[in-house]
Design a protein around this ligand. Structure first.
Ligand code: NAD
Length: 478
C-alpha cells in the first residue's frame, strides 16, 4: 500500500569512510508495522558492495590492528558520544519502523550507546599480553569481522559486536537487517561522526543470502558475529567453516521461567508476563514457557489473566502502551499460526486468541495470549513463537520442574522466582541456560550473554565478549 505520503529513500552504504550509492539496484519497501503503510524505499547492497566493504576493512586492518589500547579506548568513547547525541532520532526510528513501545525503544537504544563505554572500561583493565607457564601470550585482533544483526534489536545487536571488535583492534563489515534501514541510517551517521579511521567500520544493508554469501565465504574475513534465528545461524556457520572462520552465534530461545511454590506469586506473575511480552514478545530472551506448581494452577491463572487485562496494546508512540505491533505482516501471520496450533492441540486459552485486538486491524497487532494446560510436546511449548504468547505448564516436584525446563533444544536464558535464595540458586545451577535470572528481569552488561545448546556458540558482553575477538599467540623463547 503506497499512499505517497512522506516516503524516505534509504540508498546509502558506508564504505571506507564514505557514504555511497550502492552498486546493488534492488529496491524494497520499508513498512510501518502500526498501519502497514510504506514509509521508505530501501536500495539494497549486493555482492560487489560487500566485496568493496571487505576490501576497505582489509586495507584498514594492518594499521588499526596495531593501534594502542588508549587509542581504541578513545574511539569507543567517541562512538558512545556520537550514538548518545542522536538518541532521539534512534528512538523515533525504532518506534516508527519496528513498532517498539516508547519505553523499550528508549531502554534498548540507551543500552546500545552504553555498550561502547562498557567495552572501553573492560579494555582498560584487560591484559593483552600475559605470561602463561614460561611463555608470553599475546592476544591479537582476530582480523576482519562480518557482523549480522536481526530486526528485533538493531542498535544493541550491532553495538555488542562492534564495540569488542574495536576494543580488540579488528575492522568490520556490518550487515544489518534490511528491515532496520531507518535505524541503520542513523547509526551510520553516528559512526561516521565518531571519526574512526576509514575502513574500520563499513555498513552494507542487503539481503542475507546475498551479502551473507560474500561475507561467509571470503577468505579475508576471519570471524562472523551473528545474531538471528537458529536456522540461519546454521546456514552461516556451515558456509563459514570452509575458510575456518571463528564465529559467535546468538540464536533463538524458548526460555523457561520456574515459579517455585514459595515465591511471592503476585510479584512473580507480574514479572512472568513482562518477561514473556518483552519487546512485543519478539525477544530471544522471552520467557515463553512458565512452569508453575500443579496444585496452584487456578490461582496462577487468575493472576495471569488480571496482569494481561492491564496491558495496553496499541500505538507505540503512546507512553502507556507496552505492546506495539509485530514487526511485519509475515510475523503477524506466523504468530497467528502458533495461536491456532495451541488451540488445535488442546491447550486451554486463558486470555487472548486469534485476530487483532478491536480497533487495531490495520497494523500487525496481536492479542496478548496465554495458554494453560500446555504439555511439553505441544508445538507452542517447543518452538520459538516470537510474539506475545505465554504457555503455562505444571510440575509436581522441583526436580520435575528442572527436567521439564531443560527439555528443550534451546538454552539461552532461564528465570526462577522463589523467596528462598539458596533454593533458587540450587535450581539455577541445574538449568541448561547461558544466563539464569533469579527474582529479577535486570540485565548485567558485563556478565556473559549467550546460549547453551542450539541457542548459540560463544558469548557476548564484558571480558567473555572481548575474548571472542582475540586470537592468542604463545611466544616461547629458548
Ligand atoms: P534471521 O535469522 O532471519 O536474520 C538474522 C540476520 O541474518 C539478518 O540480518 C538477515 O538478513 C541475515 N540473513 C538471513 N539469511 C541469511 C543467509 N542465508 N546468510 C547470511 N545472513 C542471512 O533472524 P531475524 O528474523 O532477523 O531475527 C529474529 C531471530 O533472531 C529470532 O530467532 C531471535 O531469537 C533471534 N535473536 C537472537 C538474539 C540472541 O542474542 N540470542 C537476539 C535477538 C534475536
Amino acid at each position: 500500500m503506497d499512499t505517497g505520503r512522506d516516503i524516505r529513500s534509504f540508498n546509502q552504504v558506508y564504505i571506507n569512510g564514505y557514504f555511497a550509492v550502492p552498486h546493488g539496484t534492488q529496491i524494497i519497501d520499508l513498512i510501518n508495522p502500526s498501519d502497514n503503510e510504506v514509509i521508505g524505499k530501501v536500495t539494497l547492497a549486493d555482492e560487489i558492495d560487500a566485496r568493496n566493504a571487505i576490501a576497505a576493512a582489509k586495507d584498514a586492518l594492518s594499521t588499526f590492528s596495531r593501534t594502542t589500547k588508549e587509542g581504541r579506548m578513545d574511539y569507543l568513547q567517541r562512538l558512545h558520544a556520537c550514538v548518545s547525541r542522536r538518541m532521539d532520532d534512534l528512538v523515533a526510528a525504532t518506534v516508527l519502523e519496528y513498532g517498539a513501545p516508547q519505553e523499550r525503544a528508549k531502554g534498548s537504544n540507551a543500552l546500545a550507546a552504553s555498550i561502547f563505554l562498557h567495552f572501553r572500561d573492560v579494555l582498560k583493565d584487560f591484559d593483552l599480553i600475559t605470561t602463561v607457564g614460561t611463555s608470553t601470550v599475546v592476544l591479537e585482533p582476530v582480523g576482519i569481522v562480518g557482523i549480522f544483526t536481526p530486526w528485533n534489536s538493531s542498535a544493541g545487536s550491532i553495538a555488542v559486536k562492534l564495540a569488542p571488535a574495536i576494543a580488540a583492534g579488528c575492522t568490520t563489515v556490518i550487515k544489518p537487517s534490511e528491515m532496520s534501514a531507518m535505524q541503520t541510517q542513523v547509526l551510520m551517521e553516528c559512526f561516521h561522526d565518531a571519526g574512526l579511521p576509514p575502513g574500520v567500520i563499513n555498513i552494507v544493508t542487503g539481503l542475507g543470502e546475498v551479502i551473507g554469501g560474500a561475507l561467509t565465504t571470503s577468505p579475508d574475513v576471519a570471524k562472523i558475529a551473528f545474531t538471528g534465528s537458529t536456522q540461519i545461524g546454521k546456514v552461516v556457520a556451515k558456509a563459514a567453516l570452509d575458510t575456518m572462520k571463528r564465529f559467535t552465534l546468538e540464536l533463538g530461545g524458548k526460555s523457561a521461567n520456574i515459579i517455585l511454590d514459595d515465591a511471592d506469586f503476585t510479584k512473580a506473575i507480574t514479572m512472568a508476563v513482562a518477561a514473556c511480552y518483552l519487546n512485543n514478545g519478539q525477544a530471544c530472551i522471552a520467557a515463553s514457557r512458565l512452569f508453575v506448581p500443579e496444585n496452584r494452577l487456578d490461582e496462577i491463572k487468575r493472576l495471569v489473566r488480571a496482569a494481561v487485562e492491564n496491558i495496553k496494546v496499541g500505538d507505540p508512540n503512546d507512553e502507556a502502551v507496552t505492546i506495539g505491533p509485530l514487526a511485519s505482516r509475515r510475523q503477524y501471520g506466523r504468530v497467528q499460526d502458533y495461536i491456532r496450533a495451541g488451540i488445535a492441540e488442546g491447550a486451554e486459552l486463558v486470555i487472548g486468541g486469534e485476530g487483532h485486538p478491536p480497533g487495531l486491524e490495520r497494523g500487525n497487532f496481536v492479542k496478548p495470549t496465554v495458554f494453560a494446560n500446555v504439555t511439553p510436546q505441544m508445538k507452542i511449548a517447543r518452538e520459538e513463537i516470537f510474539g506475545p504468547v505465554l504457555s503455562i505448564l505444571t510440575y509436581r516436584t522441583e526436580d520435575e520442574a528442572i527436567r521439564m525446563a531443560n527439555d528443550s533444544e534451546f538454552g539461552l536464558i532461564a528465570y526462577v522466582s522463589s523467596s528462598d535464595s539458596e533454593r533458587a540458586g540450587r535450581v539455577a545451577r541445574q538449568l541448561d541456560a547461558g544466563r539464569v535470572l533469579i527474582n529479577t528481569l535486570s540485565h548485567d552488561p558485563l556478565a556473559p550473554f549467550g546460549g547453551f545448546k542450539q541457542s548459540g556458540i560463544g558469548r557476548e558482553g564484558g571480558i567473555f565478549g572481548l575474548r571472542e575477538f582475540l586470537e592468542p599467540k604463545a611466544i616461547i623463547t629458548g
